[in-house]
Design a protein. Structure first.
Length: 419
């Protein structure tokens, strides 16, 4: 879905991320689009306009599209025939995203490994072949990825350097893709609790370092000159601001925006909510409800704020263990937050609260200042990938309709209209 404002020449694109569907093959991707995206399109964009989605291609599917022009052409025709606009892509999970036991393996391969570079480039080439380019209108595609590795997998600064070198090699291919197709691909790193860049500040600092390393890779391995390499690194390496992640880190919305737009493009915003529990000691039922949400697929890092400052744990079972310890600071914390993506429209989730207001403030701040985006388009992606474990699969489309309604309502209130 594409939105314009009468006082701006910039564009907002809205979609939901297909990583909520267990799609490992191209056949799986088609099946998910027909089962979920098309009914959503019919309810939300019945007037014939293109319906935006955040595509998710597992490594095998992305590799097949790059190796087989006929497969790429067939998927392109399929998407256009269904009025689906794949304006953004998720290249964080390499595969098996909706499988039990995933947890921290979602970071594998890391950016220290060539498999991560190859996968990301495959997604970028597929994206450039799938996105629709009309006339002389430039197109931008954003690709989200993790900031390097799970934090425990980085042993010293040399690991961060190796991650940046891998990103630099991917950027060299993104430069070639734009030269060949005219499609600008922005590699968009997202911070995540317990990752190698756990919050917006850490990511902004790392991006300064990563762009410096990338300029050297562009010069040494791709023949760019000094001035050109710096410009290209700043053009193609940016940020994915995940509102759930920044809320879990107790960032202020204004700080999240400042970090995300510092020194490079804001590739995309994943509009998402986390769980929160103020004054947990006073709400034993809500505390038990949160602990009962432990499940075997996804990491649900937990943070807290109290007299002992910022607290963090890697997952819900660790919180259970911490609470069993005498004098645990978690028992007296002023608030807990949990990295558990919940529907964007909900201010409460059972007995728990959500960080919806945090996401709303980020979106409202961006919509009020298009000049601050540093890109011609703002990509807003609803990323409630947990629908697969939250309830009846038959109710997913209804739930997504409500999420879209909440987000597009913010756009309408700020004067943005479908175009």
């Amino acid at each position: 879905m594409r939105f314009h404002h009468p006082n701006s020449d910039r564009v907002v694109r809205v979609g939901y991320c297909l990583n909520l569907h267990a799609a490992e093959t191209l056949a799986d991707v088609r099946e998910a689009i027909e089962a979920f995206s098309v009914p959503l399109r019919d309810r939300l964009a019945p007037g014939g306009e293109a319906f935006g989605v955040g595509m998710y291609l597992a490594a095998g599917a992305a590799r097949e599209l790059c190796a087989d022009p006929d497969a790429l052409g067939a998927l392109r025709s399929f998407l256009r025939g269904h009025r689906i606009d794949p304006f953004t892509f998720n290249a964080f999970p390499y595969g098996g995203f909706q499988e039990d036991g995933l947890k921290a393996r979602v970071y594998q391969p890391t950016w220290m490994e060539p498999e991560r570079v190859d996968y990301t480039v495959d997604v970028a080439r597929a994206a450039a072949g799938l996105v629709e380019v009309s006339g002389d209108e430039p197109r931008m595609v954003s690709i989200s990825t993790h900031p390097g590795a799970y934090g425990a997998d980085i042993k010293d600064r040399s690991g961060l350097r190796r991650c940046a070198e891998g990103m630099g090699r991917a950027l060299g291919e993104l430069v070639r893709i734009e030269e060949e197709t005219g499609v600008r691909v922005v590699l968009s790193l997202e911070s995540e609790p317990d990752a190698s860049a756990r919050n917006g500040r850490a990511l902004a600092e790392y991006l300064v370092f990563a762009r410096l390393i990338a300029t050297r890779i562009l010069q040494d391995e791709f023949g760019a000159d000094v001035e050109g390499s710096s410009r290209l690194a700043a053009r193609h390496l940016g940020t994915c601001l995940d509102c759930c992640h920044s809320a879990v880190e107790f960032e202020e919305a204004e700080d999240s925006l400042a970090f995300a737009t510092h020194g490079g493009p804001l590739g995309k915003v994943q509009v998402s909510s986390a769980l929160r529990l103020p004054h947990p000691s006073a709400h034993p039922e809500a505390r038990a409800e949160l602990l009962a949400m432990d499940e075997p697929r996804f990491l649900h890092q937990v943070t807290g704020m109290g007299s002992d400052g910022f607290l963090h744990l890697p997952d819900l079972p660790a919180l259970s263990r911490a609470l069993s310890e005498e004098g645990s600071p978690w028992a007296s914390a002023e608030e807990w937050r949990c990295h558990f993506h919940v529907p964007l429209d909900q201010a409460t989730f059972g007995s728990l609260g959500t960080t919806r207001d945090h996401a709303d403030r980020i979106v409202d701040g961006l919509l009020s200042d298009p000049a601050g985006w540093s890109t011609p388009e703002l990509h807003l992606e609803i990323e409630t990938y947990t629908w697969s474990i939250l309830g009846d699969p038959g109710l997913v489309v209804d739930g997504l309709v409500r999420e879209y309604g909440h987000l597009t309502g913010r756009l309408a209130a700020a004067g943005w209209a479908l175009s």
